[in-house]
Design a protein around this ligand. Structure first.
Ligand code: SF4
Length: 415
């Protein structure tokens, strides 16, 4: 991306953003910038990986790896730093570098050590197999304090050319996956794996489920709801209580579907991701979501979900920064920030908070190679979203730094 060759001279540095945004802790700004620019590892950093201790296995959407690269990092505050491996050809900016300093992994930028980090450790169940012989790490992923269940490897929005979300990295791989079964999991494997994971005292505090959208069924999305009911019932068999700490990140279901899901499972939290907080940009960036649900209907379903699950148990994910994508996104960061926060305010008045991730112009996505916003934009977005959540008295726990760790604005909830 030659137009960004001198990118450091064209946008405020991390140090300047820290000075200009005193309301956001420096560590959280660094985390946002690492997500924005990506990382690489030196050989010395990878030599510190011990595959008996550190988590190097991942099973996630088209990817099943058991290598020697850490799946993610934690800074010294123990929160999560979900990173992607990048080159500056992908991001248009130099990635941060993880190197060794006195035998400890450190994040470096421009040769300067910035922050000590730790590699995520393996949970006990990763070395076990189910009674069917399936390796448990392939069934359920582990974050430091959360179990992650990825139910399916396909999303029907890609069935129609151009129907998928334009920032989604699954675009390139979708044709290989569209005939896969609706649920990739064997439910006996799942029940056993969750049971084994919960035996490790003090490690996990919640369970998150997610997958691509499944549009089939008597009503659109009925099959997706039925799949989650089966999966949640298998997970719930490990609990003595009717409800258990859980979050479903899924499509926005209608009243009948949501009430069925709530009635038949122990689900406690619901996150239908709207992705973009503007009707016009949503239509352009998420054409499948627009066609099968629609922006205003998505919002209406979010508001109804608060009636079902309660305030603080419903939020929505947004891809922070994608509203500035070219050619139809907001033309300036000022305009993008103003309209995004205005819309977030309306959601919050109805009891729905936002969990923003950092847009990466991923290889494989329609928006690959686009320029993502400055760090200053993300600083103001995360602070603005946090203020709106507080003003509207929405509890911060559903996607807080312990449970998720992918959202700089929800990290601020503990301040
Ligand atoms: S809903 Fe959008 S972001 Fe999610 S898998 Fe489908 S296309 Fe990708």
């Amino acid at each position: 991306m030659s137009e960004q060759e001198n990118w450091r001279e064209k946008e405020p540095s991390l140090k300047e953003v820290i000075v200009n945004n005193p309301e956001v802790p420096p560590l959280m700004l660094l985390k946002a910038d690492v997500c924005r620019r990506g990382i690489t590892y030196t050989k010395a950093a990878l030599d510190l990986v011990d595959s008996n201790i550190h988590q190097t296995e991942i099973k996630y959407l088209f990817r099943e790896d058991k290598g020697n690269v850490p799946v993610a990092l934690s800074p010294r505050d123990g929160s999560s730093l979900i990173v992607f491996l990048a080159t500056n050809a992908e991001t248009g900016r130099d990635p941060y570098v993880v190197d060794a300093l006195d035998g400890i992994p450190y994040i470096f930028d421009n040769g300067e050590p910035i922050e000590e980090v730790h590699y995520w450790t393996k949970p006990d169940y990763y070395s076990q197999k189910t009674s069917r012989g399936t390796e448990m790490w392939k069934v359920v992923n582990a974050r430091p304090q959360r179990l992650d269940i990825d139910t399916n490897d396909c999303c029907h929005f890609w069935d129609k050319p151009g129907g998928g979300c334009k920032y989604c990295f699954a675009a390139g791989a979708y044709n290989d996956a569209k005939n896969l079964p609706k649920c990739r999991l064997n439910l006996d494997d799942l029940r056993e794996t969750v049971g084994a994971a919960l035996k490790q005292k003090g490690r996990f505090s919640t369970i998150m489920l997610t997958g691509g959208s499944i549009l089939s069924g008597k009503e659109v999305l009925d099959d997706e709801v039925d799949m989650y009911i089966e999966v949640l019932q298998a997970v719930g068999a490990n609990f003595k209580t009717r409800r258990f700490p859980s979050q479903l990140v899924a499509t926005a279901f209608n009243e009948r579907q949501l009430e069925r899901l709530h009635e038949k499972t122990g689900l406690m939290g619901y996150t239908p991701d709207i992705e973009v907080l503007n009707a016009e940009k949503f239509k352009w960036i998420c054409p499948g979501k627009e066609e099968f649900v629609g922006y205003h209907e998505w919002k209406r379903r979010l508001y109804h979900a608060v009636d079902v699950f309660g305030k603080g148990n419903v939020n929505t994910g947004i891809v922070g920064g994608v509203e500035t994508a070219t050619p139809y996104g907001f033309k300036t960061e000022e305009e993008a920030l103003r309209f995004t926060l205005e819309e977030a305010e309306e959601l919050a008045e109805h009891g729905v908070s936002c969990a923003a991730s950092i847009w990466q112009a991923s290889p494989g996505s329609v928006f690959r190679n686009q320029k993502t916003p400055t760090l200053d934009y993300f600083a103001k977005l995360m602070h603005g979203l946090d203020e709106i959540r507080r003003k509207n008295d929405i509890p911060p726990f559903l996607d807080d730094y312990k449970r998720c760790g992918s959202h700089p604005n929800t990290d601020l909830g503990r301040m």
